[in-house]
Each structure stands twice: as C-alpha cells, then as structure tokens.
Design a protein around this ligand. Structure first.
Ligand code: NAD
Ligand code: LMR
Length: 330
C-alpha cells in the first residue's frame, strides 16, 4: 500500500530560503523517497503572488511525490493538518531596531503561528524554527501551543554544525565522512560554541588531532560563529541554500533517525542536561531514535567548554527574559 501524504507547512515560502527549500522537499529529500508530500505555503498577503509563481515552477518539475500545493495568507489555515512546520518567515532586523524590538516584532509572527499549530496541526506535528532569532522564536511558538508536546519545537543549529564540519575537515585535510560527534552548544548566534573536544576524526580525538588551541579559539570558533555575518557581507543577503540544506538535514534526521556511532546538533528544549536551565531551547549534541531527539548524556565538560556554553546559554536566558517581559512566554 502506498504511504499517505505528509503535510508540510512552510512559512516565508516566497523568500530566499523558501525558494531553495521547497523543491528539495517536493523531490523527497526531506522525508524520504517513499513519502509523498503536500505543501502548505504561508506568506504575507503582499508575497502570495510570488509564492504562486514558485508553485507554478514546482508544478513544472512534475515531482512524482508532490501531491498538492496550497497557498495561504492565514496561519490558521496553513497549519490545518500539518505534520511538519518549517517556520522560515521572520522579521529581519531593520535600521535602528534594537534586539528587543526584533523580538517583539517576531512575537507578532510566532505567537499566532503557535496558536494556529495548537488549534489545527496534526497530532504528530514537528516544528523547526529557522527564522531568527530562531531559538527564541521556537520558544514563543511553543508557548502558544500548550497542547502540543514541548519537545516538538526545535530551532535550527544544523547549519552551524555543517559549517563546523567543513572548517574542521579542511584544517585536518580529511573528508567530512571521517568526522563524527561534533557539537554546537547554545544559541544560533555569535555566542554559539562549536565544540571539537568530543569530536572524532577517523576514530581519534579531533582536538588532539588539531593540537592547536590557538586555532580552535581564534580561528575555528569565530569562523563558525560569525559565518552568517560573513555570508551576508559577501553575498549581500543571508545564507539561503545552505540554510535550506540544513533544514532538510534536521527534519530528515528527526524523522528517520541519526546514524549509529555519531550524533548531530539540534536546538531542543532543555531537560536541565549540562546545566542548561530547563525549558530553554538550546543546542545540544543529539541523536534521534524512533522519531524523537535524545540529548547525548555523560560528556565531560572542561573549564574552557563550560565557560563557552554558559555564555551562550546566558544569552538565551536573557532573550527569554525579554520575551517574558513582553508577555510572549510564561
Ligand atoms: P527572506 O526575507 O528572503 O524571506 C522571508 C519571507 O518571510 C518573506 O517572503 C516574507 O514575506 C515572509 N514573511 C514575513 N512575515 C511572515 C509571516 N508572518 N508569515 C509568513 N511569511 C512571512 O528571508 P530568508 O533569507 O528566506 O530568511 C528567512 C529567515 O531565516 C531570516 O530570519 C533569516 O535570518 C533566517 N536564517 C536562519 C538561519 C539559521 O541557521 N537558523 C540561516 C539563515 C537564515
Ligand atoms: C546564518 O547563520 O546564516 C543566518 O542566521 C544569518 C542571519 O542573520 O540571517
């Protein structure tokens, strides 16, 4: 018997990431080559026409797995029956906007989307916030969907993870396939901590293989943490295809599982592991088993890593305090 189609809701569908993402979802790369999909695209009214254009192109690809495309400018309708929600559309930081203004503006987007998910999404809904500030946007959404299990709300740090893999592979002149167990901790921001102290290269400890603390501190960590800004500087626009690729990787692994003997990085609600306050949506080393993330336990955290993790988690706590002050989260 052929599988039932999975409803995938994508917000900000007419944006840059949307354009790089939708074709890959429709081709089967998000959920697997045997899973049909129906796309539900959410845009603001002014961008619906552009989304219609993208839908025409999707039609023109004749993807065998694509069983329908619906376009909405209303969150309540867009999330009806959604099994996967990719929250890409967000308010970019405008001139003169402070971080608090940005968080407030995004509250106006993610609060109603959380309410819509609560009211109409399918029981197995999984939500990935991509739009920035992704961790706190995920938290706002989660807070407005109290009937959905809290762990179904993630934020994306897989792009940071992939960036770190490549930087390390280049440094050691090895293939990406040789690197395992790398971790991004904390916030998807410049405070994030890419950690190679537990990573392995060809079965050996990666930090020992690098044997260059100055490179780790002064080159690797800032290159990964500030890569988003470097892409904006070079391209004149933020990363799009690589962000879409990371969203595909994240949801694919969440649904289908991570490979044995490795882990990845995902921003998931903290259960208090590694001293991260419970409830913060923070990046951890994570494996996916039976369709759910599990935080990898038992890693020894030395003083250097502790300081880095704490700094990023502190920023997440501050963001939570700000949106709490705005009445957007409990
Ligand atoms: P973009 O400006 O090209 O597209 C955003 C789209 O969202 C626009 O089409 C806009 O009309 C739409 N939108 C705005 N408000 C909406 C709403 N309420 N409902 C539905 N759609 C809405 O931006 P982009 O380059 O596609 O990036 C999208 C977001 O992803 C940005 O916040 C960006 O900072 C973030 N991003 C995150 C990562 C990550 O690793 N987590 C990486 C890259 C970009
Ligand atoms: C990225 O990491 O590429 C983006 O989050 C940068 C941004 O601010 O959009």
């Amino acid at each position: 018997m052929s599988k039932a189609p999975v409803n995938v809701t994508v917000t900000g569908a007419a944006g840059q990431i949307g354009y790089a993402l939708l074709f890959r979802i429709a081709s089967g790369q998000l959920l697997g080559a045997d899973t049909p999909v129906k796309l539900r695209l959410l845009e603001i009214p002014q961008a619906v026409k552009a989304a219609e254009g993208t839908a025409m192109e999707l039609d023109d690809c004749a993807f065998p797995l694509l069983q329908g495309i619906d376009i909405f400018d209303d969150a309540g309708q867009a999330f009806q029956g959604a099994n996967v929600g990719l929250l890409v559309g967000a308010r970019p930081r405008g001139k003169g906007m402070e971080r608090g203004d940005l968080l407030e503006a995004n509250g106006g987007i993610f609060k109603p989307q959380g309410e819509a998910i609560n009211a109409g999404a399918a029981d197995d809904i999984r939500v990935l916030a991509v739009g920035n500030p992704a961790n706190t946007n995920a938290l706002i959404t989660q807070n407005h969907a109290p009937d959905v299990p809290a762990e179904r709300f993630n934020a994306m740090t897989r792009l940071d993870h992939n960036r770190a893999l490549t930087q390390l592979a280049k440094k050691l002149n090895v293939s990406i396939n040789d690197i395992k167990k790398l971790t991004i901790w904390g916030n998807h921001s410049a405070t994030q901590y890419p950690d190679i102290f537990h990573a392995e290269v060809g079965g050996k400890n990666a930090a020992k293989a690098v044997n260059d603390q100055a490179w780790i501190e002064d080159d690797f960590i800032p290159t990964v943490a500030k890569r988003g800004a470097a892409i904006i500087e070079a391209r004149g626009a933020s990363s799009a295809a690589s962000a879409a690729n990371a969203a595909i990787d994240h949801v694919h692994d969440w649904v289908n599982g991570t490979p044995e003997g490795d882990w990845t990085s995902a921003a998931v609600p903290s259960d208090g592991s590694y001293g991260v306050p419970e409830g913060l949506i923070s990046s951890f080393p994570a494996v996916s088993r039976n369709g759910a993330w599990e935080i990898v336990q038992g890693l020894e955290i030395d003083e250097f890593s502790r300081g880095r993790i704490d700094a990023s988690v502190r920023e997440l706590s501050e963001e939570r305090d700000t949106v709490r002050g705005l009445g957007l989260v409990k």
